[in-house]
Design a protein around this ligand. Structure first.
Ligand code: FMN
Length: 187
């Protein structure tokens, strides 16, 4: 696939089904993610792969965290959290392992991991798969972080849901690029 075509056409799919990326595809996606621009070559990106029954465990963790945030939640609301990870055959929890660095502040390390997540999505699409980047309250919840084995300094950048597109591609909006670009200074 032509690189520019990929960059211009990439889009998320909320409806994902089997097959999940193969182990070989996943390795390529991780390699692509690891080419993210990275000030100081700190390599702050980390990935947890969640597939099969582990998705049920993740759903339990989401529900436990939700109940801790709001003990009044109904069983119906909790069931929604339990089902969230079942929306795709593979989920990658993408997080930043932040380290103290004299020149590279936390924000830059997080941005690097955001770029890594985009690299993952682009590679997935190039390999014939699809995905969607999700966060929601779970990404910023301490119970979720602890349950995933993350430390207090780690930051979840996203839950990248991956699989095969279920249904056609959506229509992509045409943006007026001139609304986003301003020439500054004397030219
Ligand atoms: C940091 C971040 C968090 C996001 N969180 C969610 C989310 O929790 N739920 C959701 O439906 N979309 C979320 N999105 C947006 C989707 O991933 C997607 O980009 C959006 O639906 C637009 O679709 P497109 O990528 O095809 O243009 C998030 C995107 C980013 C960058």
């Amino acid at each position: 696939m032509d690189a520019i075509e990929l960059l211009l056409r990439r889009n998320s799919s909320a409806k994902l089904t089997e097959p999940a990326p193969t182990e070989e595809a996943l390795q390529t996606m991780l390699a692509a993610a690891s080419r993210a621009p990275d000030h100081g070559w700190i390599r702050p990106w980390r990935f947890l792969s969640v597939r099969g029954d582990a998705r049920l465990q993740l759903g339990e963790l989401f529900a436990a965290a939700a109940e801790k945030r709001d003990p009044e939640l109904t069983e119906e609301a909790l069931a929604k959290f339990r089902k969230q990870p079942l929306r795709a055959p593979l989920i990658l929890v993408v997080y930043a392992q932040i380290s103290a660095h004299p020149k590279v502040p936390e924000i830059e390390q997080k941005l690097t991991v955001g770029c890594a997540a985009q690299g993952l999505l682009l590679a997935a699409e190039a390999l014939g798969y699809a995905g969607i980047w999700r966060t929601g309250v779970n990404a910023y919840d301490q119970t979720v972080k602890t349950g995933l084995g993350l430390s207090a300094d780690d930051a979840i950048i996203g839950f990248i849901y991956l699989g095969t597109r279920d249904g056609g591609s959506k229509l992509l909006p045409e943006l007026k690029l001139e609304e986003y670009l301003t020439a500054w200074g004397t030219q």
